[in-house]
Design a protein. Structure first.
Length: 294
């Protein structure tokens, strides 16, 4: 029963290609076993090839806006059985905000939805859409009667300090550059903005302020803009001094590194690397540009 046929394998590969073109960044979509993928491709291309030894496994992460908790990440750990799409994919959805019973309920409902709607056709994207539309509702679902008393005792106030690393295809527009600096000031965020192509913005401060900043910036028109990396630190008590201690940048300022190129707009990435290194953020460079910086 486990024998895949090449058509099924081909469908799996084309679905993975589609996912990687829709979600090019690792924080959204990542194949956890590259060897399994290589074996599957080899199997499709060579009639005499052996069956792949392990299933394709990957992770899809979905950020979902949750009422009064802003953005929450749900991760979908997926495995494709050899017979997929003839059989359903194996998907487990998790999130730090879900209790065990909420997680079980969500996964069982997702499975029911897939069983009822996708007999024998690729459905990973549809599963992701379903999670995007429905997962948030499970966070507040009261699935046990005893939880009422538990929630009456409010835990001590925990403040979250956040640092967002935003990547834009380019930032030239003077008004946008002014907005970035003004909004950061208004929201007590520090960091820096590197205009040009590509554009890099880092903001750090209270989680709610960072998220408000992102929701404003995102609404402006961009060719492409996304959060490349996000850091969250929970601060017990989280007074002003605690927050100041976490900051790597004193204020938010625009950083122009020797521009070169015809329009004087391509920034010197070597200088950006050294700047980040000074601030103790050198590893971020690799997340932005995918290379070891030096």
């Amino acid at each position: 029963a486990e024998m895949a046929n090449p058509e099924e394998a081909e469908i799996q590969i084309s679905e993975l290609d589609l996912l990687s073109s829709m979600f090019p960044y690792e924080e959204e979509f990542a194949v956890t076993d590259q060897l399994a993928l290589a074996e599957l491709k080899h199997y499709v291309e060579n009639e005499s090839a052996e069956m792949p030894s392990s299933k394709i496994q990957f992770v899809l992460n979905v950020k979902i806006e949750v009422p009064n908790a802003s953005m929450v990440e749900f991760s979908m750990a997926c495995a494709l059985p050899f017979k997929y799409p003839t059989v359903l994919p194996e998907i487990t959805v998790r999130s730090s905000l879900l209790s065990r019973s909420q997680q079980i309920q969500l996964n069982s409902d997702l499975k029911t939805y897939l069983m009822q709607n996708f007999r024998g056709e690729p459905c990973v994207l549809s599963a992701r859409e379903w999670v995007k539309d429905h997962a948030a509702a499970y966070i507040d679902k009261d699935l046990s009667s005893s939880s009422v008393t538990a929630s009456d005792a409010t835990p001590s106030e925990v403040t979250t300090f956040t640092r967002l690393w935003i990547y834009s295809h380019h930032i030239y527009n003077k008004q946008k550059r002014k907005n970035i600096i003004d909004w950061a000031k208004e929201l007590s965020l520090s960091g820096f903005c590197m205009p040009g192509k590509p554009g890099v913005v880092c903001v750090e401060g209270l989680q709610s302020s960072c998220e408000e900043f992102w929701s404003r910036v995102r609404r402006l028109t961009w060719k492409r803009i996304l959060i490349r990396h996000r850091e969250d630190v929970s601060l017990e008590g989280g007074g002003h001094a605690e927050i100041q201690k976490q900051r790597k940048f004193p204020t938010l300022e625009e950083k122009c590194f020797d521009a070169h190129g015809a329009r004087g707009n391509h920034m010197d990435l070597g200088q950006l690397y050294h700047f980040l290194e000074e601030k103790g953020c050198a590893d971020i460079f690799q997340m932005y540009f995918g290379v070891e910086g030096h």
